[in-house]
Unconditional design. Structure first.
Length: 398
């Protein structure tokens, strides 16, 4: 049995009903009774009657010991919070019992603040963004580790137990920040798919300007997916990655053809690196993206800080930008005698797609590249496969 996706018929708009509400304004008592209900039903708010919003400080971090820069809870919470139920999880840049930063949790009503972990240096310094999967927090520390101060990837249970240093980036052959090594330095958060973490390292690698990597959640299988080289792809991927399907999207703060940074895409196996945009180092389009990306539909959104003028001074006040991604090609499946013929256009906006198949869509589905490889027939990538007794699901992977 062969299963292929199809677009369903369009959904017609449901008929709408118009309601006419009549109020006798001469009867003030009727108006007084009906007006609040009318406001609620129509979702209106009377001008001048908006309730003031309540700002609440949930936790104030305590003062540091000025000799050792330590405290009990942390200092400078500068990364995005993670919410699960009524509990918030976050990190601090410094402070804690050893001054290297903390991971903490706090209830949304401000109670129950708990320092889950204080970094000591050998396990990392300066923790950055967290992600949550089940009862496990995953994150990166930008510095520290057991070798070379190049950073770590860690895991921690939500109750503060089970801290595990999953990976320590290796020492480099040059001085910081021009460190060169085999894997990267200065990791800036991770994305999770199944049992694999994906991340970007701001520095290090063979050119000393950053890498992309993958790592199993048990700490095994570290893989360098991409080594940044400069003008062709970018420099310093400092903003972390987002994941959609089998494609990772990210930003490089510098580099690209004009030196103002790039937005890029790459497959989760490290193939198909594509530079989606080059920022100019000056002009109205912004430059040096660092705020991270979000994806809605086929559109990426992000922010760029600013560029430099001819005198080398920082100029521009920054931009908010969007990048519309090309729509993926449509995969067609046709039965022909004892075979299925699968085809898709060759002119897919300059992007390369690989045909993959699996026998089961239950997570985690294992997708494998279909053999034989495609041949071009009438402008279509075409693969012919014999029909077997096992069901197959197909997809195109960038």
């Amino acid at each position: 049995m062969v299963n292929g996706g199809q677009n369903g018929p369009p959904i017609e708009n449901a008929p709408t009903t118009q309601y006419n509400i009549m109020i006798d304004l001469n009867r003030s008592h009727n108006l007084a009774r009906l007006l609040p209900a009318l406001i609620i039903c129509l979702g209106l708010i009377l001008a001048g009657r908006v309730t003031a919003q309540t700002f609440t400080t949930l936790h104030s971090f305590t003062a540091l010991d000025q000799t050792y820069y330590t405290n009990g809870d942390g200092r400078y919470p500068s990364c995005t919070l993670v919410l699960s139920g009524n509990v918030l999880y976050g990190t601090t840049y410094g402070g804690g019992s050893s001054g290297g930063g903390t991971v903490f949790k706090i209830n949304t009503n401000g109670t129950g603040f708990t320092n889950l972990h204080s970094f000591t240096g050998s396990d990392g310094n300066v923790p950055t963004e967290l992600i949550l999967s089940g009862n496990t927090l995953y994150g990166t520390a930008e510095y520290g580790g057991s070798s070379g101060n190049a950073g770590t990837v860690f895991a921690l249970n939500t109750d503060g137990t089970g801290f595990t240093n999953l990976y320590t980036f290796t020492a480099g052959s040059s001085s910081w920040p021009n460190i060169t090594n085999s894997d990267g330095a200065g990791p800036s958060g991770v994305a999770l798919s199944g049992n694999t973490l994906y991340g970007a390292a701001d520095l290090g690698g063979s050119s000393g300007i950053g890498t992309l990597f993958a790592l199993n959640t048990d700490g095994t299988g570290f893989t360098k997916l991409h080594d940044f080289t400069g003008s062709s792809d970018g420099v310093n991927p400092a903003a972390g990655l987002i994941l959609s399907g089998s494609t990772l999207y990210g930003e490089a703060f510098n580099g690209g053809s004009s030196g103002g940074g790039t937005v890029f895409a790459v497959n989760t196996d490290g193939t198909g690196f594509t530079k989606l945009h080059n920022f100019l180092n000056s002009g109205s389009g912004g430059a040096h993206p660092i705020g991270g990306l979000i994806l809605s539909g086929n559109t990426l959104f992000g922010t760029a800080s600013g560029g430099y003028n001819s005198g080398g001074d920082f100029s521009g006040n920054g931009t908010v930008f969007s990048i519309t991604l090309p729509s993926p090609p449509q995969l067609r499946i046709i039965r022909s005698a004892g075979n299925v013929i699968l085809s898709w256009p060759t002119n897919a906006a300059g992007l390369t797609f690989t045909l993959q198949s699996t026998t089961n869509l239950v997570s985690p589905a294992v997708w494998t590249t279909v053999s034989p490889s495609s041949v071009v027939v009438n402008g279509q990538n075409t693969v012919t496969n014999p029909i077997s007794g096992t069901q197959q699901f197909y997809r195109l992977s960038q």
